[in-house]
Design a protein around this ligand. Structure first.
Ligand SMILES: [Zn+2]
Ligand SMILES: [Zn+2]
Length: 216
């Protein structure tokens, strides 16, 4: 995965070794995308948080492999580094989630959009709202699906997109089944968008069926 905007902490599905999560460092700002239960341990080791003036965490939905260590990271930044986290999320129950996990409201603020960030509502599982997003950063446009069982909501956003990050799986269900979108992803690639696969439940199968067409 070279020259892409996002660096991944993990690209495994929910029962895999490392939760699907990515980050972008831009000067004094650190943006983390999703904060599952394996992420706290990784970011604690990886980053010197003294370096950053702004730490932003984008949360796509509240499954544990995407938000399971969110409270822990906010607490850590607040008590160890005296830094307030900005949480970007449109999840309807994010405030409640942070409240019941004992996250002091002084330690974070929640925003549901920014000039360069727009959430895109998608379908993932029943009873849990889930979002992907469009982000413009460093003169690049990216679209990130988060966990999704459909490409549909993202298609209108894919004009002039440099990088498209897409949840794919072998088995489908709550996630996009790779077999069903292979041709569509090829078209997206042919239109000039780099396609990156993520949240993979079976990398070997996905590698075989995609024959190295996409970044993974
Ligand atoms: Zn997930
Ligand atoms: Zn999920």
């Amino acid at each position: 995965m070279k020259n892409n905007l996002l660096n991944f902490l993990g690209r495994d599905s929910g029962f895999g070794e490392k939760n699907n999560s990515a980050y972008i460092e831009i000067e004094n700002k650190l943006i983390i995308i999703d904060c599952g239960f394996t992420v706290f341990e990784q970011v604690k080791e990886k980053f010197d948080f003294n370096k950053y003036n702004n730490i932003e965490i984008i949360i796509t939905h509240l499954h544990n492999d995407h938000a399971g260590s969110l409270s822990q990271v906010i607490l850590y930044l607040w008590f160890i580094y005296n830094k307030k986290t900005t949480v970007y999320s449109k999840c309807s129950r994010i405030k409640e989630y942070l409240d019941i996990t004992g996250t002091p409201s002084d330690a974070y603020e929640i925003k549901d959009k920014a000039d360069n960030l727009e959430f895109i509502k998608t379908e993932h599982v029943e009873h849990l709202d889930a979002y992907g997003f469009r982000l413009n950063i460093n003169n690049k446009n990216i679209v990130y699906t988060g966990d999704t069982n459909t490409l549909e909501p993202f298609l209108p956003y894919l004009n002039n997109v440099d990088e498209f990050y897409v949840d794919v799986s072998k088995f489908g269900g709550a996630h996009i089944k790779i077999d069903n979108v292979l041709e569509m992803l090829k078209k997206i690639k042919e239109s000039g968008t780099n396609v990156y696969l993520m949240h993979m439940d079976d990398k070997k199968y996905i590698e075989e069926i995609t024959k190295g067409e996409f970044f993974m």
